[in-house]
Design a protein around this ligand. Sequence first.
Ligand code: ADP
Ligand code: MG
Length: 689
Amino acid sequence: MSTTVLPQLELKSLRGVGPKLAEKLSDYGVRSVEDLLFHLPLRYQDRTRITPIAALQMNSEAVIEGEIRAADIVFGRRRSLVARLQDGSGTITLRFFHFSAAQKNKLSPGSRIRCFGSVRRGSSGLEMFHPEYSHCESAEPVVEERLTAIYPSTTGISQKQWRSLCAQALTLLARNAPTDLLPAQYNYGFSLIEALDYLHKPPPDAALGLLQEGRHPAQLRLAMEELVAHHLALLRLRSQQQSVESPALPQCPESHQALLKALPFQPTAAQQRVIAEISQDMAQSKPMLRLLQGDVGSGKTLVAASAALQAISNGYQVAVMAPTEILAEQHRQNFSSWLAPLAISPAVLTGRLKGKSREALLQQLASGDIQLVIGTHALFQSDVQFNKLGLVVVDEQHRFGVHQRLSLTEKATARSGRPHQLVMTATPIPRTLSMVAYADLDCSIIDQLPPGRQAVSTALIDAARRQQVIERIASACASGRQAYWVCTLVEESDVLQAQAAESTAAELREALPHLGIGLIHGRLPSKEKEAVMQAFKSGQLALLVATTVIEVGVDVPNASLMIIENPERLGLAQLHQLRGRVGRGDTASHCVLLYQSPLSANGRERLSAMRESNDGFYIAEKDLALRGPGEVLGTRQTGDISFRIANLELHADLLEQAQTIGNTLRQQPELELHLIRRWTGEKQRFANV
Ligand code: ADP
Ligand code: MG
């Protein structure tokens, strides 16, 4: 089969495009005629008919035509020009705040004009503010033949220019008709050309409501093709990754039993299932790429330890990446106690390890003397080399970029093959998102918490009642409980965050002089951080004032109260993570969201979701609905899922079918390639991930 692609014509071949305009267009991501065709209108105006004034609907846009009855300058709060326009059916007020004397004179009583504008209710009944208008000359065409497209455009390019460019591009398209890549039974009744033509120039009877919602069949047709292409690109990426060799690392039953014996608890059924899934993957000679999702406190660390043991039993090394020093240290403690009976003791590599001791550690990693290393970003440094790296575990993966994760797998020497990868996250990823963002990863889910956990009850309290909250801490701590006080700041600045936490700690020390109060933030020297954490863990400190550094991983079961200041500044996923620091023991736990009023409607809804549920998956879905995919996935990952037309909120229901179609198209490699090129274009970095 031969397929023609969309015209790969240069923009300069269009009338009116010189170097200047071409540059402006490229700001909109428009670099070819094809890009232009996919630059779809944001909305439409109906200028195809004249509406009688009596039939106008509030808040809608319309063309009206009539005779000026009066035009006067009115001196109210703002000077304005007010004209009355009448047709056979009724009268409307036209209001202009910017006008010239000449303009006023031309709007003389008796003259006929045609206006386009948005209708609202004003003090004098129906009004249009600043309508576009022209004086009626008899020879003028009455109205537009198609709906008028309004393109996304902020500066530099006028709507008229967009319309002219797109019209030219459509003409070119009609001359070089591209082959339809989407099988006809899935195309919603539109070929590619028909869909593009329709969306740039909809006929007067087009369903404006559907278009505005992004749910018109012509839009669905394009979104579907794009989602199919995206899915194919991910499948291709995945098969590229799997074409590399990895060491087969089967489970060693004796050491696995020894690990289970060393545990102070019985793994949950969900943990056992997930451990088995991972174990099977690692026994294969192709790389494991598995995403482990499990709510805060579901026990992912043990799963990581089990996978690590499996690699080590086969004589391979393991690297565990944690996003903070605090978490790395905590992992070291857990891994040490669980793996001690097997004579495995983990090393820790963080930024604070310097000089001779760092050199010694690197040397032992390179020689293979160290079997297990837990580290922070410091593991990415180029002089960190392994002897036989068999497994990379990335904890709290949302804190890392894709590229950081990869740089570690690339450290594996050719000799040992590509390491297996286990990526863990406590931020549940809504299904729609994981289908498009992580389709290249297999997924395991721990859908069960260890027994005995109690739901954290969450209250929203106005910051005006701060004093009461402080008293509540006093009484909780008096009965032997411990508490966190979390200070949040929007700024990513460590300095400002530290300052905020310091002043809050000072305030609380004054208010609660009998309590042991600790302070922890990112600017403290590591030694001090560790000492404070240790003092809190051992119960020496009753209250820990912290920045969001404690967001991930920190595990102190006796802490049962958490105050979060200004929670409205944080995303739901982050709040859920923070809250997960309490409710880890067997006492009832509480979380107080100390918000600054007034809350926006959206803010209130988000915080209410926290009160309603302790289920990370529910909260993630809410977060997606309220904030959108970009915010939920974090900027680091959204680059990979930017679409031209498809929209994860509007078109989530197409995903499943897109995958099915994609799977059938894989049998036609040529078609597959065209689709990927058409839609993912330059995004070849996909291939490199
Ligand atoms: P997360 O999934 O948030 O990383 P952790 O691995 O930190 O959770 O586990 C949370 C706490 O639960 C730890 O104290 C851990 O030792 C404990 N834990 C893990 N699995 C179980 C289990 N099956 N039964 C009881 N406690 C468990
Ligand atoms: Mg964890």
